[in-house]
Design a binder for this molecule. Structure first.
Ligand code: ADP
Ligand code: MG
Length: 259
């Protein structure tokens, strides 16, 4: 496996616990990984294994972690500043919950621009709508007038409009119909290529992760069990028994779904 030239994201012994005493849960246990500039890295595992908690810690949404998180060569402080969000943006699973119901699409996009002191608002809004495959008239729509896929396009546009380097994607297609999932994954692929973006994507779906990511880490019970190329995953060449069972279950489920 050829390693990427420039390290962009690094987690070192990342640990996150919720609560204290006998009822506490270690949601993420000593997780370490590295993502190169321009790479798409996936975290996969069953529900509750700690994927979103890792993403949220990276995004600064959960400041209570131990271990180190580095962007570029610098360790970031637990409280992120505005400059951080200029570089790192997130897209969430549920496009219904992530857009304010009373905000027109253009206002959702404008807000990102204003927060981050961008100029040429109208041009940037037009350009980003075009980039995510939405007609100009979508500017004037409200979330309830949009399908799930269109909402997710708006959420992606909101993240992209400030030209970040990194997208953190938390199950970005899990709430969508299968046909729409493929459209959004293909859009993410195209955007990454065109803009040299770096992705960290979390999903429980094997097909989704191997479609978009070159490298994948398999998680279980808060730990990263093993890390490998998507190609090796597709070919079932994993080391750990749990990984094998997880893959077999995923493939079995797909076979059933298509029967
Ligand atoms: N805010 C929270 N408070 C308490 N427990 C949490 C919180 N967020 C997540 N957890 C627990 O941490 C574990 C990992 O959750 P999560 O990262 O959401 O898993 P995944 O995204 O892989 O489904 C689960 O046991 C979950 O119940
Ligand atoms: Mg999750």
């Amino acid at each position: 496996m050829s390693l990427p030239t420039e390290k962009l994201i690094e987690a070192h012994g990342l640990t996150v616990a919720f609560g204290t005493g006998p009822t506490s849960t270690i949601a993420v246990d000593d997780a370490s990984f590295m993502i190169g500039r321009g790479e798409a890295f996936g975290l996969i595992g069953e529900s509750g294994c700690g994927k979103s908690t890792i993403l949220r810690a990276l995004a600064g949404l959960n400041p209570d972690y131990s271990g180190a998180i580095l962007f570029g060569d610098k360790e970031v402080s637990h409280r992120r500043d505005k400059a951080f969000f200029r570089r790192v943006q997130m897209v969430f699973q549920d496009p219904y919950a992530s857009l304010h119901p009373r905000k027109m699409v253009q206002n959702v996009l404008l807000e990102s621009l204003v927060i981050h002191d961008f100029d040429n608002h109208q041009e940037r809004i037009s350009a980003v709508l075009d980039a995510v495959g939405l007609e100009p008239a979508f500017r004037y729509r409200y979330p309830h007038e949009l399908s799930g896929g269109q909402r997710q396009r708006v959420a992606i546009a909101r993240a992209l409009i400030i030209e970040p380097e990194i997208l953190l994607l938390d199950e970005p297609t899990s709430a969508l119909d299968v046909s729409v999932q493929a459209e959004i994954l293909n859009l993410l692929k195209t955007l990454r290529r065109g803009r040299g973006l770096t992705y960290l994507m979390v999903t429980h779906d094997l097909a989704v992760v191997t479609h978009l990511c070159e490298r994948v880490a398999i998680m279980h019970g808060g730990r990263i069990l093993e890390e490998m190329t998507a190609e090796r995953i597709r070919e079932g060449e994993v080391q750990e028994q749990y990984s094998r069972d997880f893959l077999a279950a995923s493939i079995g489920y797909k076979a059933m779904a298509h029967a």
